[in-house]
Write a protein that binds this ligand. Structure first.
Ligand code: ADP
Ligand code: G6P
Length: 472
């Protein structure tokens, strides 16, 4: 393996996770693809570019040596067991994640978590400062790294710094609960450009600056925040997407088409197949979806032999209580539905709690007549876009109004997942609508996703960052 060149990267990506996790398989240690939409999107963007990616390797302890993969330098950051508890599980996923997702579960605030978050953010900043070439572009990702822009700016004022939020940015009335609110806003303002999923997220951020920061610290004019040291930081919506072309062509391969037919056969060739694919997270509305389906099976709107449902639920953040809670609720409900409605060897719900290769995911998308995407809040939801990319005229998408994707996929069967009765009616509408209505809707969404793909997103973000005003 070549040795790592120092100070030579014109593009540096920093995200909490590397695109691969270090995992033990028996006695061996191997690298396996990391979960989540951030990695799905950035992996395809970085396959076209040279650069370095800085992030955690997913296990406690010292950082493994940097290495090259597909033309990109992966530079692991070490996190101790304490830092994983306090920075990752604590501040990032116990305070920020629930606060930024409409307090679906109550956030917890602890001062020791905040201290760990700050110190890990400083470590990321130092690593970036060591790796970035003069005047390099640095693209920082997501809620785990909101103080990095400021710390990095202090170390390397020559860099062009951008940050993208993959999750929602909450309304100021919620954000102001956060004891660290000023530190995070100042942290983000170290950037030249801030990208958000929706216009309302960018507006929420600008409103938070206006209302919560002192007037002699910042002035907000339009979408630009002017800082007291004479810099400007712009905030705008740049909605993320997927590698739509590659999903569409994968879905069209004879192997995937064959596997899709096989999946349906294995389920006894149901008349209708419904599908849900989510990380097992309380934001995803899996419980609400199952409740709607349970009622529909009970009331006879769905018949267990004719309509089957597959729920893929990827394991996520398993040491956190809120995640253990949602997992047991989902498993109990699936057990109850199957207990009440199964015939021998033919349960109505197939529950798959593991990760699958891309080809298998594509086959599931192709096999499904109706995709159920019902989050209570989601920054974007790439699964919705993947389903749409895999279908050009068949299929139907039931989509929650509380996803970023609903801003773009307007021809979906939109629903409010909190309203179980209407969600049931929406699922029935999707199942029963005329083929030409479904096909018209799907064609429009397919075109939208192919046109606004992940490359378009990355180019928009980087163009916004490049044209950001020069520093004084
Ligand atoms: P989030 O980022 O919150 O997890 P998204 O829907 O935006 O949600 O992105 C999830 C990504 O993870 C998608 O690319 C989806 O295909 C992928 N994914 C979800 N579940 C699985 C699974 N069980 N196996 C493999 N990939 C999965
Ligand atoms: C979402 C977040 C990502 C995160 C991913 C998986 O997509 O926006 O930042 O990486 O979920 O979550 P995890 O906690 O396993 O990294």
């Amino acid at each position: 393996m070549p040795t790592l060149p120092k100070d030579t990267f014109d593009l540096v990506i920093a995200a909490n996770r590397l695109p691969v996790d270090r995992v033990r398989e028996g006695k061996r240690t191997v690298w396996r693809r990391s979960p989540g939409g951030l990695v799905t999107a950035m992996e395809s963007v970085m396959s076209d570019r040279d650069g370095a990616w800085i992030g955690w390797a997913g296990v406690p302890g010292k950082a493994p040596a940097a290495f090259e993969q597909d033309g990109m330098w992966l530079h692991p950051i070490g996190l101790s067991e304490h830092e994983i508890r306090a920075y990752y599980e604590g501040f990032s996923n116990g305070s920020l994640w629930p606060l930024y997702h409409d307090v679906i579960v109550p956030p917890t605030f602890k001062r020791s978590w905040q201290a760990a978050y700050e110190s890990v953010n400083r470590r990321f900043a130092q690593e970036i400062a060591d790796l970035a070439a003069k005047n390099a572009t640095v693209w920082i990702h997501d809620y785990q790294l909101q103080q990095v822009p400021q710390f990095l700016r202090e170390l390397r004022p020559d860099l062009r710094i951008g940050w993208f939020n993959h999750i929602p940015f909450p309304p100021v009335e919620l954000f102001m609960q956060l004891p660290a609110r000023d530190s995070l806003l100042h942290g983000l303002l170290g950037s030249d450009f801030l990208g958000f999923q929706r216009r309302s997220d960018a507006q929420n951020f600008l409103r938070a600056c206006r209302q919560l920061l002192a007037e002699d610290d910042v002035a907000v004019r339009g979408d630009v925040v002017h800082t007291s040291d004479g810099r400007e930081c712009r905030a705008a919506a740049v909605p993320i997407s997927i590698d739509a072309e590659s999903m569409a062509s994968l879905a069209a391969t004879p192997e995937v088409q064959h596997r899709a037919r096989e999946i349906r056969e294995q389920l006894g060739n149901p008349e209708q197949l419904l599908l849900g694919v989510d990380r097992l997270d309380y934001t995803k509305g899996i419980r609400h979806r199952l409740k709607a389906l349970e009622e529909m099976y009970r009331e006879g709107a769905l018949t267990a032999t004719r309509t089957k449902f597959i729920q893929v639920a990827t394991p996520s953040r398993e040491r956190l209580e809120a995640y253990q809670h949602i997992k047991s609720e989902v498993e109990q409900t699936v057990g109850r539905i199957n207990g009440e409605h199964s015939s021998f060897g033919a349960p109505p719900v197939t529950y798959l709690h593991r990760s699958f290769p891309r080809e298998e995911m594509a086959a599931l998308f192709v096999a499904a007549d109706v995709m159920l995407v019902t989050p209570l809040r989601d920054g974007m939801n790439l699964v919705a876009k993947e389903y749409v990319a895999a279908h050009d005229r068949s299929g139907a998408l039931v989509l929650s109004e509380f996803t970023g994707a609903a801003n773009e996929l307007k021809q979906a069967y939109l629903c409010n997942p909190h309203d179980i009765s209407r969600t049931k009616r929406t699922i029935l509408r999707a199942l029963e609508s005329a083929p030409d209505d479904r096909s018209r809707r799907m064609r429009a969404m397919h075109r939208q996703v192919l046109r606004h793909d992940v490359r378009h997103w990355a180019e928009s973000f980087l163009t916004n960052l490049t044209v950001a005003p020069d520093r004084p």
